[in-house]
Ligand binder design. Structure first.
Ligand code: GLC
Length: 491
């Protein structure tokens, strides 16, 4: 079976968020199951030519914006695999700035953005012709590729099926219809779905939902949540109208890359449950030294690796930290970039509590690995979470999540119940906050801290439970194969 992944991000080539991790790891798992999977993405400036050398395979020309655009195809391979990755090279539209025009994957509606992802989507049929390789299914991801199902149908490639995976319903790709009409051929532009209640705007995500052969998302709970008006970001009618409801397939993580026994960013490794405790003490001291926090093996280390957006729960976390930092004995480290408002508040906390709190406002892969491994507790208090990878990575390193009960967090973190009974500890993997509020989060963090201090045997049990979870792609890749087959036989 031939599958072409079409996406705006792919780790390690170009990464902003979890989308890149999925597009950079699921194809490897599918390839191991015998599928011929390949990936297409724009050749951004941020893709490092030295680290990821590519060869030009040819050129083709694409009609867009009333002009002919010449695009070169360059081929590289996904690191540590034989998955081909095709980089579409068009310096004028794809080359300047980072991956997105906006600081994150949200849609600002600018023409630069429409040009970038519109041209990329419009180029896919020509890419397929140039490759002389015909996919059975094009697997599209998020709004940036929302026009692909339509473009494919309107070109002479109707036999190719499309699957559209929603990684985040909050980002939709909303543009003025008149700009889209200018950009795309008339038959494509006319068929783009309007933004709900505004005929003057088109919505790329809604278009893909309407035009793809099937729609999926990245966890079973999120698949349910998004059909309710409260969680559908205005698209519940679009999603409800589908003959097949969106299927929720839980993401996996790359368990070779995220492996506490071999992690190349760590100097202390661990594997067996009886090694965790000593390893974490040594890693904690390294973290404290690196971040110039007081060296103390006994203080609980609470960590977070995230993006500074509303989604990730900073509006409840910051008040919770303001309350807990003066009162409780713990250290907290947050590694994240994004929204300036949250960054300013976190910087203020760092100034107020120099012995307890650090905010690292940067991309720092080695520090991310160190925090995942050294942490005692991992914060993930998301307002909504399509899947979430951080909690799974943390658990792989025996770092116990404190998470809200939403989306993929609900599917992956099993709550430790308070008060304690042995029975309740057996399957538990974390501390779940059942209500989205600062008060509920404070309570949940307090419970976790008091257990850490008073009942180390429970912490050991939770760590061992966490490390025993299987978050590899093995199971979910098989689910995708089943879904691909259903699409092909039109079930
Ligand atoms: C988005 C979602 C996140 C998900 C990731 C990969 O970043 O916000 O929940 O894990 O995509 O699917």
């Amino acid at each position: 079976m031939n599958i072409l992944f079409v996406a705006s991000e792919c780790a390690p080539l170009a990464k902003v968020g979890g989308l890149a991790d999925v597009v950079g790891s699921l194809p490897k798992a599918l390839r191991a199951l015998g599928l011929d999977v390949r990936i297409a993405l724009p050749k951004y400036d941020v893709i490092d030519d030295k680290k990821f050398p590519s060869q030009e395979m040819g050129q083709f020309s694409v009609p867009f914006n009333g002009e002919k655009h010449s695009i070169a195809v360059r081929q590289t391979v996904l690191s540590g695999s034989d998955v081909p990755a095709y980089l579409l090279d068009h310096p004028q539209y794809f080359g300047n700035g980072g991956v997105y025009i906006e600081p994150d994957a949200s849609s600002g509606g600018s023409n630069a953005e429409l040009n970038r992802f519109g041209l990329f989507s419009r180029a896919i049929p020509d890419l397929i012709n140039a490759l002389h390789w015909i996919p059975d299914i094009i697997h599209c991801h998020d709004w940036q590729t929302g026009a692909v199902p339509l473009v494919i149908k309107s070109e002479s490639q109707k036999a190719i099926k499309t699957l559209f995976t929603i990684h985040n319903l909050a980002y939709q790709g909303i543009h003025l219809r008149k700009d889209a009409q200018q950009a795309f051929d008339k038959n494509v532009a006319d068929a783009l779905t309007s933004h709900p209640h505004n005929q003057a705007e088109i919505n790329f995500l809604a278009s893909a939902i309407a035009q793809a052969d099937r729609v999926s998302t990245v966890s079973p709970t999120y698949a349910q949540e998004i059909t309710t008006p409260a969680n559908s970001q205005g698209l519940d009618t679009n999603l409800k109208g589908l003959s097949h409801p969106p299927m929720g397939i839980l993401n996996g993580i790359d368990t070779d890359y995220w492996n506490p026994a071999t992690d190349k960013f760590l100097t202390t490794h661990f594997n067996a449950p009886d090694e965790i405790s000593a390893a974490k003490v040594s890693l904690k001291k390294q973290t404290q030294a690196v971040l110039q926090l007081p060296i103390d093996a006994t203080v609980p280390l609470v960590v977070m690796v995230s993006r500074l957006t509303e989604q990730k729960g900073f509006d409840i976390l910051i008040p919770a930290l303001e309350r807990l930092l003066p009162e409780k004995n713990f250290q907290c480290v947050i590694l994240a970039t994004g929204d300036k408002k949250f960054a300013a508040e976190l910087n203020k906390l760092a100034t107020q509590f120099p012995d307890k709190f650090r905010f690292a406002e940067r991309f720092d892969e080695p520090l991310a690995h160190l925090l995942y491994a050294a942490g005692d507790l991992f914060l993930m208090p998301s307002r909504f979470e399509p899947c979430g990878l951080g909690q799974m990575i943390a658990m792989r390193y025996g770092t116990i999540p404190i998470a809200t009960a939403v989306g993929g967090l609900k599917d992956t973190v099993k709550n430790f119940q308070f008060p304690i009974s042995n029975f309740q500890t057996i399957g538990a993997t974390g501390f779940v906050c059942n209500e989205y509020s600062a008060v509920a989060l404070i309570k949940t963090i307090e419970i976790a801290l008091s257990i850490y201090q008073e009942q180390p045997q429970i912490i050991s049990r939770l760590r061992a439970n966490d490390m025993a979870q299987d978050f590899s792609w093995k199971h979910s890749a098989q689910e995708y194969v089943k879904l691909y087959n259903m699409i092909l036989i039109n079930e």
